[in-house]
Design a protein around this ligand. Sequence first.
Ligand code: PLP
Length: 378
Amino acid sequence: MVDLKGQYEGIKDVVNESIQDVLETTAFVNGPKVHQFQRNLENYLGVKHVIPCANGTDALQIAMMGLGLKPGDEVITADFTFAATVEVIALLNLTPVLVDVEPDTFNIDIEAVKKAITPKTKAIVPVHLFGQCANMEALMEIAKEHDLYVIEDNAQGIGAKYKYSNGEEVMAGTIGHVASTSFFPSKNLGCYGDGGAIFTNDDDLAHIMRGVVNHGMYERYHHDVVGVNSRLDSIQAAVLDAKLPHLDTYNRARRNAATKYNAAFVSHPNIITPKTTNGELDETYEYHVFHQYTLKIIGTDRDALAKHLNEKEIPCGVYYPIPLHRQKAYLDSRYREEDFTVTNRLVKEVISLPMHTELDDEQIDFITQTVIDFVNNN
Ligand SMILES: *Cc1c(COP(=O)(O)O)cnc(C)c1O
């Protein structure tokens, strides 16, 4: 699905040099590289505060702790996402409230969010699934009206832009009260281990979260709040700082590949290409960073297609095969199947094709032709 080796070959010298710097200084935790990367990422995103941490799951948890959410508070999030999002809600004894998603963008459904709001609701966690922002303008309006926090799960959308209806553009992860991201190796900005970060423009919240990531300490050995130990290590920061200047180029390469996939499938009635919310996709389109390129397959057994692709040695993935509301850990007697008709359908129809920065035309032709042939004949 990804070609980390091919990508490394292209940036080997800078990455090696950046790691070597850390080895020479031996500042392995919270060293100068971490601060340098933090500042560079703040500049790239145009956000006041980046707080590096150990992984994207911790980032979500720290954001919720920082906001002071309390047991019993309800947090609304999407049924169709990676489990990390709902996991931390449950872990903090908050009440997850899963809602359906939109059939074409795969992102949280605005009407479903509105319906799920109760007096106990305290936050909404939209996930910018597969690299395209949820409808943030609508969500921020709802949040304002009901006095809710919005926590963007931006693990899949780093580098994407978001466009308001008045034309104003901002980076994904800088819109809500706080946002989280992951630097897991396969993410769009990946390190060579685990890593994550939290973003916010709120000075007070940033201050609280800087303590939370470090055992609740604001002054050495004074523990003012219950915290966690969640640090980005300096070697990972060195890799990330070397890769950050390439992020836009990498995302452009992903968009290029997505544009070629789209062109191959465009007229096929049973292969539905991913919808872009700001018009037609081309190289200059900056609102989708294609963490995944995800098709919907109609009228052909998706699992049979996945098996066929694997036999042809084409990697593929099903993100995600089971709705969260039907996962044993997150069952809730309040959920009704008719409230999840879209997710229930998507889990059977979606398939993600190889998507990374090193895909070439020959590979794309082989992949698209294999998919089309199978769908035509089955
Ligand atoms: C990857 C991911 C996470 C978790 O990130 P980790 O760094 O693996 O903990 C959370 N949410 C979403 C949507 C993700 O894709």
